[in-house]
Every structure is written in structure tokens, then in C-alpha cells.
Design a binder for this molecule. Structure first.
Ligand code: COA
Length: 393
């Protein structure tokens, strides 16, 4: 027991049967955890665009072929009104690539119970478990600060808390440790950065989260599409949900390139091997959480292979928001503004197939200027910073 809380690794319930009373303890625990997770995201964002239903969180946590996720919770030991109340949680995510040495970690604490050592206790437990499982490089993505889109380009001015002039101390890692030339945009006094620094994590990559107002997106998407000079060599194809059988093999091929090619900053990334079986398993896992992927791809007519693709995630539970997934162009087909065209055509497809969607979110590494420029051209505006932290045990 630490600081009035006890830590338990959760046993995941087989299903969330909330009608069965008394509720099995594993169901009650998981519902509490899901509620706390939603509270933390909505407090940061001030919107429920990142709400995740308990059912979806459970399905995502269930062991899959390629990823394993475990949750640990911090329970108040002495809350007479709510015995066993969960006030913090952490997770350990392990990719199952053979020989993988990395682990994804995260902890969150209810705002009413911070600065009592609960976050540190959770992280200590998660790190120890990672080590027991042979992982020595720990990585974590956090939400750092909401930004004023108008200020991007002229220097970081944050919407919440102190401005640059009144006490922002950007985190600037030692020269050579951080790639990219973007200006420092991590608030070192935000809880995530202060906590990460206190536990020996260094900034390894910075992503910008940007959002596209879909009520105004049709014009710029169409403009990009009509200005395209791709000619007869390529044909744009697309689908929603499952990849058609005829494209499954070239699609798996393309996905295998993503981990090899996407900029990772200073993060260690294990290459992923993809085949049709893995693609189908991934699609089944998405269906289980009500995730339907909207995809546009470029078919290279000469070879019958896919030259690139762009994905957008839509969720049954969240009709108002969608999330940009991968955009990838095969090295043989780069330099033709294909990424921009694929993204634009996929935004148009989203507007057709999911017309209730109001906002499209995207996360882009600061050292990926091609995609940042493409986002800007499509009308995305930066809304927050999303640092990636890393620690080697
Ligand atoms: C980050 C977070 C988990 C910290 O939880 P916590 O229980 O308050 O953490 P602890 O009490 O163990 O803090 C340990 C140390 O981290 C640093 N720290 C944590 N929060 C801080 C803050 N708001 N400002 C400055 N330093 C902070 C301090 O050095 C602190 O030690 P101290 O209290 O003795 O000064 C919590 O603020 C949170 O849930 N934030 C939202 C989720 C998130 O960003 N998680 C990312 C971390 S993986």
C-alpha cells in the first residue's frame, strides 16, 4: 500500500454485463476506470470528441495477435463512502513483435488526488512490470497544451495558463537529441511534462494535433483534387471498412512499409511485418469496437500495386468526430504530390460516406513538413501539442 492507495492489476471482465446484479467486481472496476479515463480526456480537451465507451475500451484492451494491453489501478484504501474507489490508473502496452524491446506506458490520476505520489506509484509498478517482461525502452504519448492556432508559426502561445512572456519555459533537450527544426512547443510546467521529467523521461518526438472543420472542408479538398496532374498512370480507388479482396495483398505490402518509413524522431520503432492475415485480423479488431476505416488508395495501373493510401477512422459511438490514420506513399511513387491528393480525396469520401462528422483530427510529427504543409493546404489548424517521451531502463 502506498499513500493511502493500493495498486491492483485488473483482471479484465469477459464482457460488460451491466444488467447483472450484483455487478461482478471486474466489471465494476473496468467501468470506474473507463469513466476516469473519459474524465481526464474531456478535462484536457473541453470536448467529448475523445470519449471512449467502456465496451470499446474493453475490446481494445483484450489481447490481440499483435498487441497486449494491461491496466493497473490505484484504489483508495479508506474511502468510507465509496469503498474501492479508483482514483488513478496506468497501462502497459506491449507490441508482440519478436524481440521487441519497447513498451508503451501511461498513467493518469484524478485531479482531486494529484501531488500525493499516486502517479509515481502507478508508474513504478508499470515500469517494473515492463522490465519483468523484458522491455527496456519505455515510451509514452501525452497531451501537453492547447495552442492558439493564430500564434502557430510566430512562436508558441498557449491558450491555457501562462503565456510565453509570463513564464513558459520550453523544454529544450540537449543539442543532437531531438531531430527536426520546429520551435520548442512543450510546456514544461504542464503536469505531463513535469511528471515525465521527474521520472527521467526525455522528449523524443513532438507531434501537433490539428483539426479540420468539415463544414468548410469540401472546397479546399475539391480544389486539390481538380489541380492534380497525376494523369493516366494512377487510378484513385477507395472503400469503407474491410479492404476488398483484390487489393488486400498490395495493401498489406504497403502497411509493412509504414513503420519502416514514417518519421519517428528519436523514438525506437520495431519494424512490423504485415500480410493479408494480419490485415484481416486488424480489420476484425476494428469492427469489434465499431471502428470503420474510410480509405482512399492510388492504384498504379502499370504494376497493379498500390502506390499509396490514406485512412480516416470513424467510430459508431462518435458521429461528430473522425481521426486521420496513416497516409503513406511508396518510395517509388513519391514527389508527385500524391499524399496531398490522397488526403484530399479521402476527406471528400468522408464527407460522402459519414456526413454527420463535424471535425477531423490529425496528429503529425513536427519533422514531417510534407504532411504539415498538406494539412495546412486542406484547412487543418493546430490545436494542441502531443509530445512523445522515452526512457531507457
Ligand atoms: C501526470 C500525472 C499522472 C501526475 O500524477 P500525480 O499523482 O500528481 O503524480 P505524483 O504526485 O507522483 O508526482 C510526482 C512528481 O512529478 C512532478 N509533478 C507532477 N505533477 C506536477 C505538476 N502539475 N507540476 C509540477 N510538477 C509536477 C513533481 O516533481 C512531483 O513530485 P512532487 O509532488 O514531490 O513535487 C497527473 O497530473 C495526470 O493524471 N495528468 C493527466 C494525465 C497525463 O498527462 N499523464 C501523463 C503521464 S504518463
Amino acid at each position: 500500500m502506498t499513500h493511502g492507495v493500493s495498486l491492483d492489476w485488473l483482471e479484465l471482465p469477459p464482457a460488460l454485463d451491466q444488467a447483472r446484479l450484483p455487478m461482478p467486481p471486474s466489471t465494476a472496476d473496468f467501468l470506474q476506470l473507463a469513466q476516469l479515463a473519459n474524465l481526464l480526456t474531456s478535462l484536457f480537451w473541453g470536448t467529448n470528441d475523445f470519449y471512449e465507451s467502456p465496451e470499446n475500451r474493453l475490446a481494445a484492451a483484450r489481447s490481440r495477435g499483435d498487441f497486449r494491453m494491461d491496466y493497473v489501478v490505484a484504489r483508495l484504501a479508506d474511502d468510507a463512502d465509496a469503498p474501492g474507489r479508483i482514483v488513478g490508473y496506468g497501462f502497459l502496452g506491449l507490441a508482440r513483435e519478436p524481440g521487441a524491446s519497447t513498451a508503451e506506458v501511461w498513467v493518469g490520476v484524478h485531479p482531486g488526488f494529484r501531488r500525493r505520489g499516486i502517479g509515481s506509484a502507478l508508474l513504478g509498478e508499470v515500469e517494473a512490470e515492463a522490465l519483468r517482461r523484458g522491455r527496456t525502452t519505455l515510451q509514452s504519448w501525452t497531451d501537453n497544451a492547447l495552442v492558439d492556432p493564430a500564434a502557430v508559426g510566430s512562436g508558441p502561445v498557449f491558450v491555457r495558463g501562462a503565456s510565453l512572456e509570463t513564464g513558459l519555459t520550453p523544454v529544450v533537450p540537449p543539442a543532437g537529441e531531438r531531430p527536426g527544426t520546429g520551435y520548442p512547443a512543450v510546456r514544461s510546467d504542464a503536469p505531463d511534462a513535469a511528471f515525465a521529467a521527474a521520472h527521467g523521461y526525455g522528449l523524443a518526438q513532438l507531434e501537433w494535433c490539428s483539426v479540420l472543420d468539415l463544414a468548410r472542408a469540401a472546397g479546399s479538398a475539391l480544389q486539390v483534387e481538380s489541380a492534380s496532374t497525376l494523369g493516366e498512370d494512377y487510378e484513385l480507388i477507395g472503400w469503407q471498412g474491410r479492404c476488398p479482396d483484390e487489393y488486400a495483398e498490395p495493401m498489406a505490402d504497403l502497411l509493412g512499409r509504414m513503420t519502416a518509413d514514417a518519421p519517428a524522431g528519436g523514438l525506437e520503432v520495431a519494424p512490423e511485418a504485415w500480410d493479408v492475415e494480419r490485415l484481416r485480423a486488424e480489420e476484425r479488431a476494428r469492427e469489434a469496437i465499431g471502428l470503420s476505416m474510410v480509405t482512399t488508395a492510388a492504384l498504379h495501373r502499370g504494376s497493379g500495386r498500390l502506390a499509396g493510401h490514406s485512412d480516416i477512422e470513424t467510430f459508431r459511438d462518435l458521429p461528430q468526430a473522425a481521426y486521420q490514420g496513416n497516409t503513406l506513399v511508396h518510395p517509388d511513387h513519391r514527389g508527385r504530390r500524391l499524399a496531398l491528393l490522397l488526403k484530399a480525396a479521402n476527406v471528400s469520401r468522408l464527407l460522402r460516406v459519414a456526413p454527420t462528422t463535424q471535425r477531423l483530427y490529425t496528429w503529425t510529427a513536427e519533422e514531417n513538413p510534407a504532411i504539415l504543409r498538406a494539412n495546412e493546404e486542406l484547412g487543418f489548424v493546430p490545436v494542441s501539442t502531443h509530445p512523445g517521451w522515452q526512457k531507457r531502463l
